[in-house]
Design a protein. Structure first.
Length: 208
């Protein structure tokens, strides 16, 4: 009986500790962003009690204490039930956006001046250390989708206002085939930027 209880106890510690680690990774997007208010509240009410129970359990197990009385078994059972009951909430509140999956903000889809492509800017994992921008282009003739990196310091964006229609960039045709000029508009929350885009090479070179 004591060996079974010890095994269940250790299993509960592993599950509870895993939920805390998983929650921290999710709340910080693998340490790419700060913890928001909701995650902080969840951690205070569920993460900290879990840590205290884990520490208490490890201390007792390291000292080799195993309950031999009925009250001891009840106390350990309560600890185990508490750890197992706290774990689902931590697992449930893990945010995988910006970490396991990209968090993408876009402006309104537009059409180039020559009508060949639909386009918009994609801001990836905004307000995180790994944030970046890219130009999304879709061919009107065959539906091919292309994404071209843009050297825009989006990590400097602090606030992003969005309305019903958002035009953060303009993609204008040039005299050369499949070569365009993309530039940010006054609605974009950073100073003016301009790039020369080569659709065939899938690259953008900063002009201004």
């Amino acid at each position: 009986m004591q060996h079974i209880l010890r095994a269940i106890w250790i299993l509960a510690i592993i599950i509870n500790l895993s939920s805390i680690i998983w929650f921290i990774f999710g709340a910080t997007a693998n340490f790419q962003r700060g913890v928001d208010l909701v995650s902080t509240v969840v951690f205070v009410y569920f993460g900290i009690p879990s840590l205290l129970l884990i520490i208490l359990s490890l201390i007792l197990l390291i000292k080799g204490w195993i309950p031999t009385t009925l009250w001891g078994v009840v106390a350990v059972s309560i600890i185990i039930l508490c750890m197992l009951s706290l774990s689902p909430t931590l697992f449930k509140n893990v945010n995988t956006s910006g970490w396991l999956s990209e968090n993408i903000e876009t402006d309104t889809l537009q059409i180039t001046t020559d009508g060949k492509y639909e386009y918009q800017i994609e801001l990836i994992n905004l307000f995180q250390k790994n944030s970046h921008a890219r130009l999304y282009i879709k061919s009107s003739s065959n539906g091919e989708e292309i994404r071209i990196p843009l050297d825009i310091p989006v990590n400097k964006i602090r606030v992003l206002s969005k309305g019903t229609v958002n035009r953060w960039i303009l993609l204008e045709a040039t005299l050369e085939e499949d070569k365009y000029i993309v530039h940010t508009t006054s609605n974009f929350p950073l100073p003016y930027k301009q790039y020369k885009v080569d659709v065939k090479k899938k690259e953008a070179v900063k002009v201004q």
